[in-house]
Design a protein around this ligand. Structure first.
Ligand code: AMP
Ligand code: ZN
Length: 139
C-alpha cells in the first residue's frame, strides 16, 4: 500500500534503523523509543490488524519476535521486555500496518504491566462460560 509508512520502510523507500530482515518480516528501531532498543517488527504484507494477516505472515512474525527478543535484551542489558501489539485504533494503534513492539524493560523504568493499559475496565463478569461459548462458536 503506497501511503503506508511501514510498507515504505519494508520496500526501502524510507530509511530506518533496520536490525533484521527476512523474506516475510522486518525489524527496525522505533523512532520515538520508550527505552533503548525499543524495536518494531512488521510483516512484509499490508494489513492493519494482526487477525487480518494471512496465517503464514503471522507465524513468520512470531518466529522473528522469538529470534530477536533475546538479542535485544542482551544488547541493552535488560532482563525483561514488554512485547505487545496495539491491534486497532481503540487499542491505541496509530500506524495502521501490523507491528509488534519489543520494549526492553528495567526495574527502575517506572513502567507498569499490560494490566495497567485499560483505565476503565469492564465490571467483573459472572458469566465467563457464556463468553467462552461465544468465542468458541466463532473459531
Ligand atoms: P502504534 O501506536 O502501536 O501504532 O505505534 C506506532 C509506532 O511507530 C510509534 O512507537 C512510533 O514511534 C513508531 N514510528 C512511527 N514512524 C516511524 C518511523 N518512520 N520509523 C520508526 N518508528 C516509527
Ligand atoms: Zn503497510
Amino acid at each position: 500500500m503506497e501511503s503506508c509508512i511501514f510498507c515504505a520502510i519494508a520496500e526501502g523507500s524510507i530509511p530506518s534503523h533496520s536490525i533484521y530482515e527476512n523474506e516475510t518480516t522486518m525489524a527496525f528501531l522505533d523512532i520515538n523509543p520508550l527505552s533503548t532498543g525499543h524495536t518494531l517488527i512488521i510483516p512484509k504484507y499490508h494489513s492493519s490488524k494482526l487477525n487480518q494477516l494471512p496465517i503464514s505472515f503471522a507465524t513468520s512474525l512470531m518466529n522473528t519476535i522469538y529470534t530477536l527478543t533475546g538479542p535485544i535484551e542482551e544488547a541493552v542489558g535488560a532482563t525483561a521486555t514488554t512485547i505487545a501489539f496495539n491491534n486497532g485504533s481503540a487499542a491505541g494503534q496509530e500506524v495502521p500496518h501490523v507491528h509488534c513492539h519489543i520494549i526492553p524493560r528495567f526495574e527502575q523504568d517506572g513502567g507498569k504491566s499490560v494490566h495497567s493499559i485499560v483505565e476503565n475496565p469492564s465490571p467483573p463478569s459472572a458469566d465467563l462460560s457464556n463468553i467462552v461459548l461465544s468465542i468458541k462458536n466463532l473459531i
